[in-house]
Design a protein around this ligand. Structure first.
Ligand code: PGA
Length: 259
């Protein structure tokens, strides 16, 4: 039975103007009023985080960033640190998104460093993992997931303790932005595997309390079936998070099946 509170997170990627971002944030905040059974988060681009934070003041919508560097400060042109994200009001940060991994050569080791930096500053990481189509077709899905988990969570394995609230997001690369969602059964199979892995490697209770989101072409039309799976605790939504209507319908869908 689902005891974890669902989380629906919108990853806006490199989209929207300042005006559009603020407008979308306001519409989301208004639209989720009264929906008390679900956490809602938006992850806009860096340049609008401050403005979106202002627009969300006094609402329950959480603010996350899409990435960060592991160092605190210094000569890292173009990078942003955990303290900078905290300063503009972020509570969460997406780490190791597959676009970061494939387009910007992020490795598990880099993701691990970022996880440690997030932990140091009490920023909650949303750690993304997922296999490519080629890996799935070769039957390597679980192997890939296991390597990514061990790599990204490496720093926490000694104590078995992850930062409070840590979120994992299973995002099969072949389902991201393709319109081709994993079936609820395919997603559940991997989510259950991830939870078993957490149970084997982390302190007692961590596996049961960790939220594992699914990401990859989540839409209002498929959220209910996905959320009906026992190990699916929410969604990381890209394309469908850019319009208030579709994002809010996903949030509503998660409310009805979750909790
Ligand atoms: P998508 O993206 O919903 O557009 O497939 C998901 C993600 O990349 O987090």
């Amino acid at each position: 039975m689902q005891t974890r509170r669902p989380l629906i997170a919108g990853n806006w990627k490199m989209n929207l103007t300042q005006e559009e971002s603020v407008g979308l944030a306001r519409e989301i905040a208004l639209g989720i009023k009264g929906l008390n059974d679900v956490d809602v988060l938006v992850a806009p681009p860096y340049t609008v985080l401050g403005k979106v934070k202002q627009a969300l003041q006094g609402t329950s919508v959480l603010l996350g960033a899409q990435n960060m560097h592991w160092e605190e400060a210094g000569a890292f042109t173009g990078e942003i640190s955990a303290s900078m994200l905290l300063e503009v009001g972020c509570t969460h940060v997406i780490l190791g998104h597959s676009e970061r991994r494939s387009l910007f050569q992020e490795t598990d080791e880099m993701v691990a460093r970022k996880c440690t930096a997030a932990q140091r500053r009490n920023l909650v990481p949303i750690i993304c993992i997922g296999e490519t189509l080629e890996e799935r077709e070769k039957g390597l899905t679980f192997q890939v997931i296991q390597v990514q988990l061990a790599g990204a969570l490496g720093a926490f394995l000694e104590t078995g303790r992850m930062p409070a609230g840590t979120v994992l997001a299973y995002e099969p690369v072949w389902a991201i932005g393709t319109g081709r969602t994993a079936t609820p059964e395919q997603a559940q199979e991997v989510h259950a595997f991830v939870r078993r892995w957490l149970a084997e490697h982390l302190e007692e209770g961590a596996a049961a309390s960790t939220r594992i989101l699914y990401g990859g072409s989540v839409k209002p039309g498929n959220i209910r079936a996905l959320m009906a799976q026992p190990d699916l605790d929410g969604a990381l939504v890209g394309g469908a998070s850019l319009k208030a209507g579709s994002f809010l319908n996903i949030v509503r869908g998660a409310c009805q099946t979750g909790a």
